[in-house]
Design a binder for this molecule. Structure first.
Ligand SMILES: Nc1ncnc2c1ncn2[C@@H]1O[C@H](COP(=O)(O)OP(=O)(O)O)[C@@H](O)[C@H]1O
Ligand SMILES: [Mg+2]
Length: 233
């Protein structure tokens, strides 16, 4: 009986999030065209407001996607698309995508890559999302300095290390971070809209690769370092 209810709940969430996605992408499409001036030039004031509308819509899209991902994870409905890839390429793409955000905040965003990396079997879309979420958090929760991303071999495993000079983490935060809906002080201070789902999804995706994820920090204000370890297969 309980299982039935839980299944109905998961189905409900999954259907509603799908239904929410369609109009949200229509809104995004129209807004983009309006902002590009496809329907005539906008007065500066209107344009500013429309950009805010666009950003809010982006957040909504991200939230719906996160909820959809969580409901799929809980229902055991996540499919893996294994392919052999060079992790450096995925990291470079993500860094490229986020470099504008870093620049806007005057933060550095570096990538230290080894000369040689074995191609590994992984789900590149999921790993892309893992890296995107981690670097996005690092930029979001850092006000000065920047973010260093490093790919290295460690004890026969591939390790991605994302180190920032930002808000840092307390001991309690470090333990709760990867749970559902968990938000820390940095989260509520700098980004009120987050739902605290990002790192939960990240952890589950890493675990689907038989990998490990953990965070280290010397404490509040001393920066954070996130480690992702993936087996080489
Ligand atoms: N690089 C980081 N530096 C400091 N705190 C972080 C960092 N990444 C995550 N956190 C903390 O972990 C919490 C959970 O992160 P996440 O799951 O991505 O949710 P959200 O970003 O939506 O709050 C955040 O609210 C924040 O307090
Ligand atoms: Mg986040």
């Amino acid at each position: 009986e309980i299982e039935k209810i839980s299944q109905a709940k998961t189905e409900f969430i999954s259907i509603t999030s799908h239904q929410l996605r369609t109009p949200l992408s229509a809104i995004k499409g129209y807004l983009s065209m309006i902002l590009e001036g496809s329907y005539g030039q906008l007065p500066e004031k209107v344009k500013e407001k429309m950009e805010n509308v666009f950003q809010s819509n982006e957040r909504l899209i991200k939230l719906v996607n996160d909820i959809l991902n969580v409901s799929k994870i809980e229902a055991g409905e996540i499919e893996m698309n294994w392919e052999r890839v060079d992790l450096r390429e995925i990291i470079k793409e993500v860094i490229n995508e986020l470099s504008i955000k870093a620049k806007e905040k005057n933060l550095y965003l570096n990538f230290e890559e080894p000369k040689e990396v074995p191609k590994v079997l992984l789900d590149s879309e999921k790993i892309r999302q893992v890296i995107l979420n981690l670097i996005d958090n690092a930029i979001r929760y850092t006000q000065e300095g920047g973010v260093n991303v490093k790919l290295q071999m460690s004890k026969g495993k591939l390790q991605i290390v994302i180190a920032d000079t930002g808000e840092g983490l307390t001991k309690e935060e470090k333990e709760k971070l990867f749970k559902r809906f968990s938000r820390g002080t940095a989260g509520t201070k700098f980004w009120t809209e987050g739902a605290g789902l990002g790192l939960y999804i990240v952890r589950r995706f890493v675990e689907m690769h038989n990998g490990k994820i953990w965070a280290e920090s010397e404490g509040r204000g001393k920066g954070s370092t996130f480690f992702v370890e993936l087996p080489i297969k």
